[in-house]
Ligand binder design. Structure first.
Ligand SMILES: [Zn+2]
Ligand SMILES: [Zn+2]
Ligand SMILES: [Zn+2]
Ligand SMILES: [Zn+2]
Ligand SMILES: [Zn+2]
Length: 449
């Protein structure tokens, strides 16, 4: 609030003109007493150009009560109430003590926060009222730099943007504080380099001498060509960079593909391994199969050998049986009486014929014979065996076999028992055939024809 008047926008009205009006009013009010001052102010005030370097920091140097003065033709009556009690200069950013004395804020700080007039302590400075600020803003002051008069509220804006200051390099031009930076780009005293500095010209001097050097510079003739070449080189560099970027992207893509290929290779290897394993298993199975097949073939060969052997033996046996039969028949024809073969006798036609199923010969030995008409005769008594029409008691030798089953009565002591004789010579004793434990073969006869 305290700087309201100072921070305000620039007033369109030229400060010098307004100051003239002010002076005119003053002259009328005060008459001859003020005539000299009025006469002095009647001539338009020419801004004075400061000779010494001025702080150009933007937005301008901070003001205090010592940095400006009330204008010569100002409202002296008002001004005397608004002087700093410490510096005697116009109040700047004033505060007030408990007794209503005014003092600049910064001056109060320097006075150890005690009112310089009544010595009362001012711990927390209190702003002056709005009315006081208004009066202060209206008072006419001089720019401390160029001396131009203006309403005080315009001073800060004037100093930032309007007030003309000499170029710090003393080129003879004046610039405002905010225009100083722009002036550097044209100031003839700013040191510059030759246009061809980048191509090797070492020349460097104030800008004012550049035009002359440019005419004399050895590189002047080739500068356009050099610029063209530089442009081309720049363009090529850009192209190279873009190609390098492309290359990097390509390399990345290639890497990714290589990784993919590697992973595919790995999969492939695994697949190949699995296939190998399966092939091995298949080979093993085939091998096992072949071995099995070999064994089967061997067994089949052995079996066919056995079959052949069996057939051979059967043939031999048949041939033997035929021969025995012929011999028997011959023998029967040539010997008139029966020739008995007794079981167990050394002259029996077949010494292997014995009694089975628990039967044994009684005192009358078991025997058999065949007459010249081809009839077989049995004789003898057997004892002690079991009656079973399925279990053979004895087997007659070849030549003594009936052509078909024979079921013949046999003396069992109380009743007749049954004797069954099969076409392969087997002799069986029927069930319930030997009540006294014996059975007689006497009188049993059958034909072999
Ligand atoms: Zn002060
Ligand atoms: Zn006081
Ligand atoms: Zn100024
Ligand atoms: Zn300059
Ligand atoms: Zn040059």
């Amino acid at each position: 609030m305290s700087k309201r008047g100072l921070d305000g926008p620039a007033d369109g009205e030229p400060a010098a003109k307004r100051a003239d009006n002010h002076d005119a009013n003053e002259a009328a009010a005060h008459g001859a007493a003020a005539a000299s001052a009025s006469a002095a102010a009647a001539a338009p005030k020419v801004p004075r150009i400061p000779q010494e370097p001025i702080d150009r920091s933007v937005p301008g140097p901070s003001l205090n009560c010592e940095s400006f003065t009330y204008a010569a033709g100002g409202d002296v009556a008002a001004e005397k109430h608004f002087l700093c009690p410490i510096s005697g200069q116009p109040l700047f950013d004033p505060v007030q003590c408990a007794n209503g004395h005014y003092c600049c804020r910064s001056c109060l700080q320097m006075a150890a926060r005690k009112c310089p007039l009544c010595r009362v302590s001012v711990a927390v400075p209190v702003d002056v009222g709005v009315g006081v600020k208004g009066v202060l803003a209206e008072l006419t002051v001089e720019c401390p730099d160029c001396g131009v008069e203006m309403r005080r509220e315009q001073l800060q804006n004037h100093r930032n943007y309007v007030c003309q200051l000499p170029c710090v390099r003393a080129c003879g031009t004046t610039v405002s504080r905010t225009g100083a930076a722009g002036h550097d780009s044209v100031c003839p005293l700013v040191p510059v380099k030759c246009d061809a500095a980048e191509f090797g010209c070492p020349w460097s001097a104030p800008r004012g001498q550049q035009a002359a050097h440019t005419l004399a510079c050895g590189l002047r003739g080739v500068l356009p060509a050099l610029r063209l070449v530089t442009q081309r080189v720049d363009a090529q560099m850009q192209q190279i960079q873009s190609l390098q970027q492309d290359n990097a992207a390509q390399a990345q893509r290639i890497d990714a593909q290589a990784r993919e290929i590697q992973s595919l290779h790995r999969n492939d290897a695994a697949q190949t391994q699995r296939i190998d394993t399966q092939a091995q298993q298949t080979r093993l199975l085939l091998g096992a199969d072949a071995a099995q097949t070999n064994r089967i073939r061997t067994l089949e060969a052995q079996m066919s050998e056995r079959k052949e052997e069996l057939a051979e033996q059967t043939r031999k046996r048949k041939a033997l049986a035929d021969r025995v039969e012929k011999l028997e028949n011959k023998l029967a024809k040539h010997t008139g009486p029966l020739v008995w073969h007794t079981l167990g006798d050394e002259y029996c036609v077949d010494s292997s014929v014995t009694l089975g199923n628990g039967w044994r010969s009684d005192d009358t030995p078991c025997r058999f014979a065949k007459d010249k008409h081809g009839f077989v005769h049995l004789d003898g008594i057997i004892r002690g065996g079991k009656e079973d029409s399925d279990k053979v008691v004895l087997t007659l030798p070849l030549g003594f076999w009936p052509k078909r089953w024979q079921y013949l009565p046999a003396d069992g002591g109380m009743d007749f028992g049954e004797v069954h004789i099969g076409p392969d010579g087997g002799v069986f004793v029927g069930v319930k055939s030997a009540r006294r434990g014996w059975l007689s073969f006497a009188g049993i006869t059958f034909s072999t024809e």
